[in-house]
Design a protein around this ligand. Sequence first.
Ligand code: PAF
Length: 285
Amino acid sequence: MQVFREKQPLIQAIQKIKSDEKSLGLVPTMGALHEGHLSLLKTALKETDQVVVSIFVNPTQFDNAEDLEKYPRNLEKDLELLKKISEDIWIFSPNAHELYGDKVLSQNFDFEGLELVMEGAFRNGHFNGVGTVVKHLFEIITPDKAFFGEKDYQQLQIIRKLTEKTGLPVEIVGCPILRENSGLARSSRNERLSTQSREKAAFIYETLQDVNRLFGIESADYITTWVENKFKGNPYLKLEYFEIADSETLKKINTKEKGKQYRAFVAAYADDIRLIDNIALDNSF
Ligand code: PAF
């Protein structure tokens, strides 16, 4: 396993991969790796010849200084976990200057409205930060494929839009959400939950499963009110938003149309930890 702290040696190593006509995969992460990241890595290892895992806590995507400061960082532990999966992967773990240069600033993107809803509405500038860092990573690493989890489904759609708009020749591969035994979606933030909150947070996925059952019989409006009331009755979780939206445009729906794909999205706080989750809805009724 090779760890690159600087981009130049990585770029040289990548040139060799390209001249040998081997394919290159990228798994972008902010570290604090868990089973969800490892499943992205396993998919990347199956689908490409050489995999780069980037580990970089990107300051420009945080709108809350405390959240950035408290974001878990443990490179040694991350490397141990990665080594168990493969000794052949390359790690790119730069500092902010190496990635951004002198100005650690976001570029402004137009993601055609995808950035304005849900996470974008509640986290100011978040997707400009994500778009900026992912664009830098794509330009440095030039992967053939990049692997992202569906837990951050809005982010996944935005990265697809980023590649469409910039023309960067990267295939974006979406990978299914990995869950803890309780059903809670795996996330680096789960580490910050108390044991009790971690158990209580299983309520989020239980609710999403109920939503999927109700989707065949009730309207989106009815279900939204039902979910909001369900959260009001739960003293452990504070709902930030619940939305049923078109899976492609992420626009909130009023009425269901046959043949379209929909998803339900939740953001909620357990203690002061913000958790998100989503589920694909069965629209075969
Ligand atoms: O999903 C994440 O961990 C981050 O948003 C990403 C894609 C690595 C960009 O910093």
